[in-house]
Design a binder for this molecule. Sequence first.
Ligand code: ATP
Ligand code: MG
Length: 570
Amino acid sequence: MKATNLYAPTLRETPAEAELLSHKLMLRAGFIRKAAGGMYTYLPLAWRTMKKIMQIIREEMDAAGGQEIMMPITQPAEIWQESGRWAVYGPEMMRLKDRHGREFCLGPTHEEMVTTLISGEVRSYKQLPLMLYQIQNKYRDEIRPRFGLMRSREFVMKDLYSFDKDVDGMNISYKKMYDAYSNIFSRCGLKFRAVEADNGAIGGGHSHEFTVLAPSGESSIAFCENCDYAASDEKAELKIIFSEKEELKPLEKVLTPNCHTIELVKNFLNVPIEKTIKAVAFQDDDESLILAFVRGDHEVNEIKILNATGALHLHMAEESAINSVGGCAGFMSPIGLKDGAKIVVDQTVMEMYNAVAGANEVDTHFINVTPKRDFDAEKIIVADIRMVQEGDPCPHCGKKLKMTRGIEVGQVFTLGNKYSKSLNATFLDESGKEKFFEMGCYGIGVGRTMAAAIEQNNDDDGIIWNKNIAPFEVVIVPVNAKENSQLDYAEKIYSELKNFGVDVLLDDRKERAGVKFKDCDLIGYPIRVTVSPKTLENNSVEIKIRRTGEIFNFDREICVEKILELLKNE
Ligand code: ATP
Ligand code: MG
């Protein structure tokens, strides 16, 4: 392609609306333009990159046995009512009515649609396993759309659904997808980790998030350098930390005036923070009270609390609710509370000796609390309910965990028969028995993957693309395109590269060389070929590698061969 035919409106100034670097760069480099909050137009450069990402995804999905289909984006409410998700999906779902008043939604995901599609039609185990996928726009009315394509309200997603005859089959499909995802993100040139994830509201079974490592990412990951364990901070399993055994002292109430935080109590009583027990009070959707207790230096993990208590959503508790069970905000412990609250205690708290905890009275704490002795075992749930922290022991090998940040670009889930059951989708097994499909679902955000690639690969001058997903692999810049001799020389190299299948752009714009070089760096083509009066004179070209800044000069005769060689490493 020639740059005079390319619509790539680059900007000199950084747009004020963008906070995240990838968002700024995509606006400046002429990749995207905002249409409405969380909705973007992909301009030619972005769409070229996204098409390459989609091509990689298609190849890997097909190789793993997937078949591409295209389902409607608009979905009837009935199938969501049948699965029970119409009511629980909440305001994130974009809903609309047709002229007859029938309700629809714009698909945030397609479990209902695809399960309904095959229900009644795939009748025999012989037709399984079946993997169907599509690449299309998804709609989620995110509460805070931000960061450009990272968290938008309309975005391109690949979603694949697997159907198997039993759990073993489902796990094989899961493994195939896990491997396909690893191939996809490797081929995109990304540094990523597959992290064990919580599978949230979507259903039972196991799940991994594919996370591109970048300090700006919204996901926090715990990982082990010694073994391959990696998990999202919400999911990371923790082992009990055993305190050194002590002689038990008698429980005692002490006055702690105005010490309503752990920091204040520990200073006032002059005890280490590891000797204190902290309370956090929540209420569920039905306003029932949940009191959680962790060691003073630990933080509660709301997802683990949901899993331990079966609660649906947590919000901070009202003081009146706390008081109704005899609790006192800022001075709480499980000791002596009236019935009416679910009490969840972190497993590590149960191993503490002679600790400090609230006395359920204002300005008062207990000292010498030993939970195993002082908490009523019948009334408490003991579980792992805390957030992982840097230095916590790895649950697999015991070495110290590290924390890092990343961007979730894909997620794989096993669903079991959650949807086949609620939507009554069955087949006949080998013995002629009616069975529910065992399912899995697997998503990749195409726009988010592009944004994550930029987040991970950039410098002060702009984006640095891996050749596999670059909008063009090579750009040829005649420094003065008004000079026919330069343009002809460049065009010949352009044709030769094209004949070798290289995705090449000829920057034939009659702009100043400096402007063109700046644009090349900003847009981030992996290799730049420069044609100047000097290279013309000695029958050569200058090659610049975007990532390293290295410059090579090659004779005209061997330059194509050399470019092909260099491209292999980009
Ligand atoms: P998140 O936790 O970031 O909201 P999610 O877990 O809800 O994402 P999934 O349902 O797993 O997302 O969707 C699969 C993929 O779709 C994600 O891994 C991500 O790449 C992409 N995706 C999800 N929500 C958005 C969004 N609002 N904007 C852009 N891409 C998104
Ligand atoms: Mg996800």
